[in-house]
Design a protein around this ligand. Structure first.
Ligand SMILES: NC(=O)C1=CN([C@@H]2O[C@H](COP(=O)(O)OP(=O)(O)OC[C@H]3O[C@@H](n4cnc5c(N)ncnc54)[C@H](O)[C@@H]3O)[C@@H](O)[C@H]2O)C=CC1
Ligand SMILES: CC(=O)C(=O)O
Length: 310
């Protein structure tokens, strides 16, 4: 299957690299405003192919996206140290207005996977600009935050993150909601598992994990200028779920009809992912505090989307 990657920067190249190492696509076309960068990234990644899976990785123009099953969009600006994701909105909305029409002209049947920040509102913008149904325009949303939550909880309990089922929902950003009330380790609640392991989830422990998840991007950007490996792996995982019709549950962002009384807002909830995109929304059980936090997150996103006029 052919996968397009728009944006050959740190995120786009990490996604293309992860797709190659994981054998998710048999052809990857990288498109960028700077074709020399796209060509160099494609050439470098193609040198990993002999160590991985048979994949053609090449630079291309929009016409080369013809027949692509999925297009990952990670073009635009990223955060500078201290900047929030929402502060990128106007600049990246302008980029989307210019790139989505030629993408659709070349690959009208492709699913769009959005990574550009602020990813929830960019997903809403991409859905509106493209006119595609919300189930076919999927923001990476909180897949990365969910991975960070699972990693930190697993580290605390000294178990594999694959044995932790805990989700982050809402905005991919400052108002995101860590769903502690339904976090599971193995077959029991994370709270019970942690107590059994003599590392109880005290308020201080939970606050530390919350801070580690919510502020991971700020910390990493302060240290290396960007984040790319985690999201690259997450995008590869999401595209795999689509192309293999896996029906995996992932916390992705699409436009929701209504969340907490707020209509037409894009944010993340757990959803079943398959070949046609989002197949089912799985509203999680939340306690009262989480319900209120999700409503607050939806309000922030809705106000930002309204200000952009989408
Ligand atoms: N959703 C998530 O979890 C994450 C999202 N991001 C976001 O991904 C985006 C990309 O980040 P990086 O790769 O670090 O940035 P980068 O600056 O390394 O790469 C962006 C690329 O987009 C290209 N570009 C800009 N305008 C374009 C246009 N009109 N047409 C084609 N290409 C264009 C640039 O030439 C550049 O190569 C940012 O918005 C960043 O905030 C970053 C990390 C995680
Ligand atoms: C930059 C970003 O969105 C992240 O690493 O979460």
């Amino acid at each position: 299957m052919k996968v397009g990657v728009i944006g050959a920067g740190l995120v786009g190249s990490a996604a293309a690299y992860a797709l190659t190492l994981n054998g998710v696509a048999n052809e990857i076309v990288i498109v960028d405003l700077n074709p020399d960068l796209a060509r160099a990234q494609a050439e470098d990644i193609s040198h990993a192919v002999p160590f991985a899976h048979a994949t053609v990785v090449r630079e291309g123009g929009y016409a080369d996206l013809d027949g692509a099953a999925v297009i990952i969009i990670c073009a635009g600006v990223n955060q500078k140290p201290g900047e929030t994701r929402l502060q990128l909105l106007d600049r990246n909305a302008a980029v989307f207005r210019s790139i989505i029409p030629p993408i659709l002209a070349a690959a009208p049947d492709a699913l769009l996977v959005i990574a550009t920040n602020p990813v929830d509102i960019m997903t809403q913008a991409a859905t509106r600009i493209s006119g595609l149904p919300p189930s076919r325009v999927i923001g990476s949303g909180t897949i990365l935050d969910t991975a960070r939550f699972q990693a930190l909880l697993a580290e605390h309990m000294a178990i594999a993150p694959q044995s932790v089922h805990a989700y982050v929902i809402g905005e991919h950003g400052d108002s995101e909601v860590l769903v502690w009330s339904s976090a599971v380790a193995g077959t029991i609640s994370a709270t019970a598992f942690a107590a059994l392991s003599r590392v109880p989830l005290t308020q201080a422990v939970k606050a530390g994990i919350d801070d580690g998840v919510r502020n991971a991007a700020y910390t990493i950007i302060a240290g290396k200028g960007a984040t790319n490996y985690g999201i690259g792996a997450g995008l590869s995982r999401l595209v795999r779920a689509i192309l293999r019709d896996e029906r995996s549950v992932m916390t992705v962002a699409i436009i929701n009809e209504e969340v907490g009384g707020i209509r037409e807002v894009a944010l993340s909830l757990p959803r079943v992912i398959g070949r046609e995109g989002v197949l089912l929304n799985v509203d999680p059980a939340l306690d009262l505090e989480e319900v209120e936090a999700l409503r607050r997150s939806a309000t922030i996103l809705k106000e930002a989307a309204d200000a952009l006029g989408i």
